[in-house]
Design a protein around this ligand. Structure first.
Ligand SMILES: [Zn+2]
Length: 269
């Protein structure tokens, strides 16, 4: 089956996405640009518009998103990494919609998002959860339920549709990340709408898998330090621990290991 780049894919009556053709080690098949709108509502909340196209001659992601979205009430970012928000300003230029994110420096025409805020728009009540860890400005967006269609949580890069995410040290922080996951684990049985990769059911189980994975990796790093000595470099730890991971991913694993070493230093202080 071919990957439906540029097509609008409906997941629930209130959430659809357009997949950007920007596959990569960190983006999986590409960035999921989410469109949130209740049936009958006249405007859309656009989450993570995406990045500039790598192949300018092909269909533009920007045009695909604008065609699918109709009138846009607000552009909202799960975090500031370029594969999520690089073309936010272009969407604003075309539509006049404000840009909102946890990081005030990313916002245009509206204030920063705050933890616990409810975005009451597009016929939906969307709760903002600050979920730092992957990056310091990561947010998740929770829709508890809509008209019996079940709830959903948009997780950006905090929880991906496949594999695990990178704690992008030094902006990313493992202690914050674990705390965010523990918070997300308390969600109801929502559908996970990730920033990359496929939609997942049963948010608490998905989050528990992430927590277990992190705990397992931490123990592997502790064990590696026993062997390598407490002053081992992060790449030495990567070579020791990440033997099950493609070497192409080791530079990213290195960021996560640096985050884990910083976490363990804090733990023993
Ligand atoms: Zn990211």
């Amino acid at each position: 089956m071919s990957i439906p780049y540029g097509e609008l894919v409906t997941v629930t009556p209130y959430a659809s996405y357009v997949l950007q053709d920007n596959p990569g080690l960190m983006t999986l098949e590409g960035t999921n640009t989410w469109l949130l709108r209740a049936p009958g509502a006249d405007r859309t909340i656009l989450v993570d518009p995406g990045q500039n196209d790598a192949h300018p001659n092909e269909m533009s992601h920007l045009e695909a998103v604008l065609n699918a979205a109709g009138e846009i009430a607000a552009i909202v970012l799960t975090h500031g990494h370029f594969d999520h928000g690089e073309i936010a300003q272009q969407v604003r230029d075309r539509t006049g919609a404000p840009i909102r994110a946890i990081d005030p420096d990313l916002c245009v025409g509206a204030p920063a998002l705050t933890d616990g805020e409810i975005i009451d728009s597009a016929g939906l009540k969307i709760q903002v959860w600050a979920t730092p860890g992957h990056s310091s400005d990561s947010a998740s967006f929770v829709i508890d339920d809509f008209g019996g269609h079940g709830g959903a949580v948009l997780t950006g890069d905090t929880v991906l549709g496949r594999g695990t995410t990178v704690v992008a040290y030094p902006d990313g922080d493992l202690g914050s990340y674990l705390a965010s996951l523990r918070r997300l684990r308390e969600l109801g049985d929502l559908t996970v709408l990730p920033g990359h990769g496929p939609v997942l059911q049963h948010a608490p189980e998905v989050v528990q898998f992430y927590l277990d994975h992190r705990e397992q990796r931490l123990q592997q790093v502790r064990d590696a330090l026993q062997v390598l000595g407490p002053d081992a470099g992060s790449m030495d730890v990567v070579r020791h621990v990440y033997t099950d991971v493609d070497e192409a991913l080791w530079p990213f694993a290195d960021l996560s290991v640096q985050a884990q070493l910083a976490y363990l230093r804090d733990e023993t202080r």
